[in-house]
Design a protein around this ligand. Structure first.
Ligand code: ATP
Ligand code: PRP
Length: 352
């Protein structure tokens, strides 16, 4: 349960500084379970939902740290007041974050794109509800895939029609097999009394260890997340189709209460993400080779070039994608660059 206590009797909101300040409580948001003192302070704060456990949790904490969002989370409490911004963090399961943000109860959130897609199957966005994607955070990359026993007879998703499929993503799985069944029936399948098409495929929910379902005889196939593929291989499964590709995303509500603060947090997070993606490469090169060198390290806008005291030589500095740096260094060395230095970027603001 999400709740908060004021253990010290102090109102930490009074210490909040910076963007935002005291704002009127946003429309429709109420926290009946909160004590008065901290309830008031929460209503003056932007609420930011963060996965409380699982694969995205630590990466989110690192991102908050890099963005200088300072907080102390009391043990067992799912809300933490941020010390240096009018912001409160709400620790929730990744699967629930699209609901809270989509209904405007929480302003910002980080979750997987797969979780947003799963939520939108049952709560399609309207003009006033639903989430808006602000940023792709570049971590938590995985794919929700249809998987079957590697040495079995099933080879394509259509082979699972009418069979048992186990998943934690029942909405996406239902939507996926409904489409397949409609396609197989040439566009028409029997409707039930609500006009909803009746699925032949049986979709069963399990909360975790989905990969065990086939070996245990609960299902002929599963719909589950794959990153490295190790879990799938170890369970003797193979992927036969991808339902959704996912990564962690920053989302916001359509009613976010403090647009300026949302912008500031987005800029900080973007700065940290960019810093993680790039390194700074500096080297010396003969001016005659500068054009070639610029092609290898074009920088984000352009490289910085400074004249060296030594005649005919320049010093170059450029941001290079971390994943490309080894090849760039090989190529620079080949054309005669010297004194190559690669530096980690701690933080950044790139202005785009
Ligand atoms: N193997 C993975 N690699 C990368 N990202 C993943 C992986 N598994 C899950 N994710 C991402 O993390 C999100 C949360 O999944 P996870 O299973 O960690 O959450 P949880 O169910 O809250 O935690 P737990 O499984 O520990 O109870 C997923 O929706 C997906 O976006
Ligand atoms: O392709 P891989 O790198 O092996 O990752 C895939 C596994 O990761 C997730 O489960 P997780 O380990 O989070 O635990 P869970 O089974 O309890 O959900 C997912 O459900 C797969 O089981």
């Amino acid at each position: 349960m999400v709740f908060i206590q004021d253990e010290t009797g102090t109102n930490e909101a009074n210490g909040a500084e910076g963007v935002g300040g005291t704002r009127p409580r946003q429309g429709g948001r109420s926290f009946p379970n909160l004590t008065d003192t901290l309830g008031n302070s929460l209503n003056d704060r932007l609420l930011f939902a963060v996965p409380k456990k699982g694969r995205l949790h630590q990466a989110c904490l690192d991102l908050l740290h890099g963005s200088d969002i300072q907080f102390h989370r009391h043990s067992r409490l799912d809300i933490a007041l941020v010390k240096n911004l009018p912001l409160a963090l709400v620790f929730l399961p990744a699967a629930d974050i699209p609901t809270f943000v989509g209904e405007g109860r929480v302003d910002l959130g980080i979750t997987g794109r797969d979780q947003v897609a799963e939520h939108e199957c049952v709560a399609p966005p309207t003009a006033t509800t639903g989430v808006e994607e602000v940023l792709d955070l570049g971590f938590g990359k995985c794919a929700l895939q249809v998987q079957v026993p590697a040495n079995g007879s099933l080879a394509k998703p259509e082979d699972l029609i009418g069979k048992n499929v186990v998943t934690s993503f029942t909405n996406l799985a239902e939507e996926y097999f409904r489409k397949l069944e409609v396609e197989q029936a040439g566009g028409a399948i029997n409707g039930d009394s609500n006009g909803q098409t009746k699925l032949k495929t049986v979709i069963k929910y399990v909360g975790g260890s989905v990969e065990a379902a086939c070996a245990l005889g609960v299902a002929e196939g599963i719909v589950d997340l794959v990153e490295s593929g190790e879990t799938m291989r170890a369970a003797g499964l193979k992927a036969i189709s991808t339902v959704v590709s996912s990564s962690a995303i920053l989302i916001k509500s359509k009613h976010a209460s403090d647009a300026k603060l949302v912008e500031l947090i987005t800029a900080r997070i973007k700065g940290v993400i960019t810093a993680q993606k790039y390194v700074l490469c500096t080297y010396n090169i003969e001016r005659a080779k500068l054009d070639e060198a610029r092609k290898i390290t074009p920088g984000r806008r352009a490289p910085t070039v400074n004249a060296l005291e030594e005649n005919g030589w320049v010093a170059v500095q450029a941001m290079v994608l971390r994943r490309d740096i080894a090849i760039a260094m090989d190529k620079l060395t080949e054309i005669g660059a010297s004194d190559l230095i690669v530096t980690k970027i701690e933080n950044s603001r790139t202005g785009d």
